[in-house]
Each structure stands twice: as C-alpha cells, then as structure tokens.
Design a protein around this ligand. Structure first.
Ligand SMILES: *Cc1c(COP(=O)(O)O)cnc(C)c1O
Length: 224
C-alpha cells in the first residue's frame, strides 16, 4: 500500500511525465518546451503547491485578475514568469507591460502600437507572440491569416520583440491540422516560438512543434 511506485502522482508530475513522453516520441528536448500553468480563476491556495513543486511559468487571461494575485506571490517567490494568454485592450497595454514577462495575444495594429509605446516608456522589453485566428472563426481573438504578414511587418517596424505565433484552435474538432498550420506560418516568417496546446491536446501540440503549452484544467481541475 505504501509502495512509492504506485503512489498517486500530483497533477503537475503527471503533466510533466506526459510532456516528457511526447517530447521523447517527437525526438525533442524537454527543455525546449515551456509549460505555462494557466491559473486564471484560481487563488494562491491552488497556485502555491505548484510553486513549491518547482513550477515557475504561470498564465493569466485578465490583467486585473493578475494584478490582484501576482504581486504578492512575486514578492515571495521572485523568479516566476507570468504570461498573458488572454485578449488585451490597448488601454491596458501599460499595465500588461509592467506586470507580465510575456504577452501571447498581440493581434492587431492598434495593440502593436500601444505595446510598443508602453515598452518605450517603461524601458521594459516584453517578448510577444502574435495570436493567429487559425480556424478563421467569427468573434475569436487573433489576426486573420491573410493579415499576418502586414501585422508582423508593423511589429518589426515598431521594434516589438515578437518571438513566435500563438493559436487557440476551434473547439470540438481535431486540433492537429491547426497546430500544423501555425507551425508552418511560424516557419514561413522565421519565428522560433509556437504557443499552442492546452489540457486536451498538448501532446499533439508538442508532436507538431509547440515551444510553449498553456495548461489549465489538467493542473488545477475544472474551473468553477
Ligand atoms: C484558459 C486557457 C488555457 C488553458 O485551458 P485548459 O483547457 O484549461 O488547459 C489556454 N490558453 C488560453 C488562451 C486560455 O484562455
């Protein structure tokens, strides 16, 4: 009964093992894949066990919620990396640049301009992903595939540090073709980062080149 070999694994250890297995199959280095623990809606009580287990990258989808939660945790555990994975309003660009270490949701020229201005003003350069509306869905965040070259050109001329592309594929259908398409777009534009894969499909995303996976419910349980 006390055999450690059959002790139940923590959700984090289980996700880490699944990442390692997918990386091994894909002949990729685990170190080339960043696990972002998406802690939106969850409080410090749920986050602390992960920090204590060594998890360092966390994701939030709302600036205000992150502002309420993270400064105190940061104070205590300095070396955390905070990723913004949700849509960002231009009028929150300064707050986002001040708080986050990486922004995954750059999707329009006005936001490129607002972020570039905020970075110039603060002197803080925050790596960004350009989010692509990979399934061409109505009312979904992300820039249209057709608009991607122009948006990347604008980001370049504004000196925004774009490190890759991000997507959230359409719900309820096989994600693999969308991950493959994002990988191709990133390659076409010479970008190394691919932010793709969530609780239900991160192994598939790793097989198809994800460098950043954004995992919430597999680590924290279902959101209320
Ligand atoms: C909530 C969220 C995730 C995590 O989703 P899970 O299915 O809970 O793993 C990933 N990416 C984005 C953009 C999210 O909003």
């Amino acid at each position: 009964m006390n055999d450690p070999a059959i002790a139940p694994q923590s959700p984090l250890a289980e996700v880490q093992a699944r990442i390692a297995q997918a990386a091994k199959i894909a002949q990729r280095r685990v170190d080339d894949i960043t696990l972002i623990a998406v802690s939106k809606t969850h409080g410090a009580d749920a986050i602390l066990p992960l920090i204590h287990a060594g998890q360092r990258a966390f994701g939030e989808n709302r600036v205000q919620e992150a502002q309420a939660k993270w400064p105190a945790l940061r104070e205590e555990y300095g070396d955390l990396a905070l990723h913004l994975v949700g849509q960002l309003q231009s009028n929150k660009a300064e707050d986002a640049v001040a708080l986050f270490d990486c922004i995954h949701s750059v999707d329009r020229p006005s936001l490129v301009a607002a972020l570039a201005k905020a970075m110039d003003k603060s002197g803080r350069r925050v790596p960004c992903f350009v989010q692509v509306n990979i399934g061409a869905e109505e009312q979904k965040g992300g820039c249209d595939i057709a608009a991607l070259p122009a948006l990347l050109a604008e980001a370049r001329s504004a000196d925004l540090p774009v490190i890759g592309l991000m997507c959230v594929p359409p719900a309820g259908i096989e994600a693999a073709p969308f991950f493959a398409l994002l990988d191709k777009l990133a390659r076409d534009h010479g970008l190394a980062g691919r932010s793709m894969g969530m609780s239900d499909d991160f192994e598939t995303a790793i097989m198809l080149g994800a460098t950043h996976i954004r995992v919430g419910s597999a680590l924290f349980g279902a959101r209320g």
